[in-house]
Write a protein that binds this ligand. Structure first.
Ligand code: ZN
Length: 304
């Protein structure tokens, strides 16, 4: 009886407030499914599909480096009460997911990267053995590139895994999750078409220079090529930096992209040497679709 009354009051209150968007009551934490994601763009995806039925916590917050991240004690406490963890394949998950699962045996771990074939992290030239400069850019087969959320076609795969995870944890609201998912897929297809349009007339101008190679899948989706400054996760040595400068000069590159949370020192050195500039492209922005549009426009303007 108590429960019925409570829902009755919430219903009435919401009804009254239909004309006043600002005072629609927030659904309390106890009525939503507490879920965790690794990085901010995943919050965007899970909220698109889970809508009002999920409350999403993000592991890697602003100011943290997603590649070297370790959970804080408060996050471990929150994780003990979470229902679902949506993994994406970041390095820290390898270590921490087992510990998280041990602390919360009921937690459903959803690998949203499932079904995605990951490409190796791109290196321009990882050691001095490589000939001074060939136009072939070497790929190294050590680390699989985790940045799968930056390609709309791959985000559709992640979205399906998110839908399946939410449905498994909360079949009661499948009737909401499924249409939300379908809407998100349509939005993502529209975004993909828009980005294809942005790069449709690039011709031979496909290269952009970036400090940390986050944009491999994005580049793959739109026929571009990222030229990374970072070499296997490390800053380049002086000789490597000199070669990058030579390459940028030869190619006429004038913009060097950096992202928050990474050193801009080397990017600035190169930019200065080529009389170019440093620009920001954030791979972890939570407003995913808007961010991809903004970054696409910046890359387009800088392509060489
Ligand atoms: Zn990264």
């Amino acid at each position: 009886m108590k429960i019925v009354m409570r829902h009755f009051f919430i219903g009435t209150f919401t009804g009254i407030c239909l004309f006043c968007a600002a005072c629609v009551p927030e659904i309390t934490a106890s009525e939503t499914i507490p879920v965790f994601v690794s990085i901010p763009p995943q919050k965007y995806f899970v909220e698109k599909i889970g809508g009002e039925f999920v409350s999403v916590s993000v592991m890697v917050g602003p100011g943290a480096n997603a590649h070297t991240f370790e959970p804080k004690p408060a996050q471990m406490t929150g994780l003990a009460k979470a229902r679902i963890y949506f993994a994406v394949g970041m390095e820290f998950e390898n270590v921490w997911l087992d510990r998280i699962a041990a602390a919360n045996p009921g937690l459903i771990i959803v690998h949203t990267e499932k079904g995605i074939e990951r490409i190796p992290m791109k290196d321009h030239h990882s050691d001095d053995e490589h000939k001074a400069f060939s136009d072939k850019h070497e790929e190294h087969h050590g680390i699989p590139d985790p940045h799968i959320w930056l390609s709309p076609p791959l985000v559709k795969v992640q979205a399906k895994n998110i839908l399946d995870g939410l449905t498994a944890a909360d079949s009661e609201h499948q009737s909401a999750y499924l249409p939300n998912y379908e809407t998100f897929i349509k939005e993502t297809d529209a975004l993909d078409a828009e980005l294809r349009g942005i790069f449709a007339e690039k011709g031979n101008h496909t290269r952009f220079m970036v400090f940390h190679p986050s944009w491999g899948y994005f580049a793959q989706a739109y026929g571009l090529e990222q030229i990374p400054i970072e070499i296997e996760g490390k800053e380049p040595k002086p000789a490597q930096l000199a070669r990058l400068i030579g390459y940028a000069r030869k190619e006429g590159i004038r913009v060097v992209f950096v992202q928050p949370r990474f050193s801009v020192k080397n990017a600035e050195t190169i930019a200065k040497a080529i009389q170019g500039q440093v620009a920001f492209a954030d791979p972890l922005a939570e407003d995913w679709a808007k961010n991809l549009r903004d970054v696409a426009e910046k890359f387009k303007a800088a392509l060489k």
